[in-house]
Design a protein. Structure first.
Lengths: 306, 282
């Protein structure tokens, strides 16, 4: 029974990593760059949702709000966070990465790290460094087997959202015209341009989608561990990046699988080995997997063209 | 089918160019004036003048390194010209990007095949149809009715285009898994999908055996006659060039050394010299 509850914790934590990892993997697959600022977009999403919810509860909702009004306010603040993060993603891409499209990948990587610190410090300046206490979007838990197995509603919501996003994104990339444009850009940017595809707007769209997902991940992450501060996004960001590499960067099912496995490994390591060492164990597993399969679990080995 | 176009006489147009006489009452689909590009100090193409009639099949030939593919890259704005102008259907392409030039009417294939090899055959063609599909990204995410309608139309159009080369049964195959000849044909279909008024073929017969080349010649004429578009091709196979092209332009060291009908080109001493070297005085 204990094992089952650790597994469920792992799956829900892994679902958050998977949603974040999708942002890394899409941007890498299509724009061929590592957007290390992605983790901080999550944090911005958390802050927007936090302030929107507190604004709603202090000014919009009355003394004793109905459940429906509270739910509406929550959904509204999540949507607001998604819109803000989408715009933020497009602006970051347009201002920081687009001018470097022809530059080497190292220049873009360093810029991404710069953007990451910029976002952290900007948020610290605006909202202060003191941690905020985030109210989870849903509370309570489900009791099964006569109360021996407890699953929080946040965990259930996280897994459900992750599955919806995964299915939606896969069909979007596979079946829609923008998805085909994205895959075309990912394979041969030059040929895609010659087929009349606007590469810049396709890459912008990739950042927009990745950042909207980051906002969702931000809200779920803060509901899972309700402390919000300017560095909230960094560690989950790094872990989700690890998950993307673990699953095979550039591959969407890979990000999903990598995220889930990472969450489960982390949860199990914390439960059975050591809480302090859990991150070390996590990255050790990553190193071993990459030694055996350098392209990640579902990644394809692509020889460099000479 | 090719009988619908009698052997043309090339007639001059207002600039220093020639096009088939049947296209003479319409402006040329493409006109290059004094086009040139330098790479560093090296002039790769200079003073390139050429006009192509609306239904002409034109050839661009020349020894290796003469600058033929560079001309294609200039026309598609992969390279920005250093000098001169390109008029596509009467519009200057100077400020256009590669994608905009495609939307304005130029599509091309590549010397070394550049298909989206992990995509299906059908999806490759649909990438070519991208700008003709009218639905937004929101509609694509939420799958609104517009999405279903446009995707169905696109699928029908893709299969129709594939049927030109009898490839509709391969629609669900991965493009990279097709045999070489089929990949070359798919590249042409993908280019046609973007609804061009000028199709550029970069060495379409490369790697083909004589019977495949003969079939390709028929297909090039068939494309022109079905779509009523102009085609410009780079090719080293002289049987194909002389058999299918109406006007030919010969490049050597980035400069046009001869222009004319296949008969005129074959008889031109400058062309013979460029290909075979100067004949020794006896």
């Amino acid at each position: 029974m204990e094992f089952l509850s650790y597994l469920i914790t792992g799956i829900s934590l892994g679902s958050i990593y998977a949603i974040i990892a999708l942002g890394y993997t899409m941007v890498y697959g299509i724009a061929k760059m590592l957007n290390f600022a992605h983790g901080d977009v999550i944090m911005v999403g958390g802050y927007v949702a936090f302030y929107a919810t507190s604004f709603a509860s202090s000014s919009l909702l009355g003394e004793d709000p109905t459940t429906a009004a509270t739910a509406l306010a929550t959904v509204g603040s999540v949507l607001l966070a998604m819109v803000v993060c989408t715009v933020l993603g497009i602006v970051i891409e347009g201002l920081a990465y687009r001018p470097l499209r022809q530059a080497g990948s190292l220049a873009v990587l360093i810029t991404a790290i710069g953007v990451s610190y910029f976002l952290q410090n900007a948020v610290q300046l605006l909202f202060g460094a003191a941690p905020k206490n985030f109210t989870p979007v849903v509370s309570g838990q489900l009791q099964l087997l006569g109360g021996r197995l407890r699953i929080s509603y946040v965990a259930l919501l996280t897994v459900a959202v992750c599955i919806v996003i995964m299915v939606g994104l896969t069909t979007f990339i596979g079946k829609s015209k923008m998805g085909k444009a994205m895959r075309a850009c990912s394979e041969d940017r030059g040929a895609a341009q010659l087929m009349g595809i606007n590469v810049n707007s396709t890459i912008s769209m990739t950042f927009a989608i990745g950042s909207a997902l980051a906002a969702v991940a931000g809200v779920l992450l803060c509901s899972y561990s309700p402390v919000l501060q300017p560095t909230t996004g960094s560690m989950p960001g790094i872990k989700a990046f690890t998950a993307a590499v673990f699953g095979g960067i550039g591959s969407i099912p890979g990000a999903f699988l990598g995220g889930l496995l990472l969450g489960i490994i982390e949860s199990m390591a914390q439960a059975y080995i050591s809480t302090q060492l859990s991150n070390a164990i996590l990255f050790a597993v990553l190193i071993v997997v990459l030694l055996v399969k350098p392209s990640g679990l579902l990644g394809k080995y692509m020889p460099e063209k000479v | 089918m090719s009988g619908s176009y009698p052997k043309p006489k090339l007639v001059p147009v207002p600039s220093t160019n020639i096009i088939p006489d049947r296209d003479a009452d319409k402006s040329p689909i493409l006109e290059c004036r004094n086009l040139g590009i330098d790479f560093g100090g090296l002039s790769a193409v200079s003073d390139f003048n050429m006009a192509i009639g609306r239904t002409e099949i034109a050839g661009l030939i020349g020894p290796n390194g003469a600058g033929k593919t560079t001309v294609f890259n200039l026309l598609t704005k992969v390279y920005q010209p250093t000098r001169g102008t390109i008029m596509l259907d009467g519009k200057d392409t100077h400020s256009m990007t590669t994608a905009q030039v495609n939307r304005a009417g130029i599509a091309r294939t590549f010397q070394n095949i550049r298909l989206f090899s992990n995509l299906s055959v059908e999806d490759n063609v649909k990438v070519g149809l991208h700008n003709q599909m009218r639905y937004g990204t929101i509609s694509g995410i939420l799958r609104l009715p517009g999405y279903w309608k446009e995707e169905r139309v696109a699928r029908e159009r893709a299969l129709e285009l594939l049927s030109i080369f009898d490839m509709q049964d391969l629609a669900s195959h991965q493009a990279g898994s097709l045999p070489y000849g089929a990949q070359r044909r798919l590249e042409i279909v993908r280019a046609l999908a973007s609804n061009p008024s000028l199709l550029l073929l970069d060495e379409p017969a490369a790697g083909m055996n004589p019977s495949e080349t003969a079939e390709l010649m028929n297909n090039i004429r068939k494309i022109r006659d079905t779509f009523h578009i102009a085609i410009m091709l780079i090719e080293h196979d002289m049987n194909l060039v002389m058999g299918v092209c109406e006007g030919i332009c010969v490049l050597n060291f980035g400069k046009v050394i001869a222009k004319g009908t296949p008969e005129e080109i074959q008889a031109n001493p400058a062309v013979v010299e460029a290909y075979l070297g100067k004949q020794k005085e006896a």
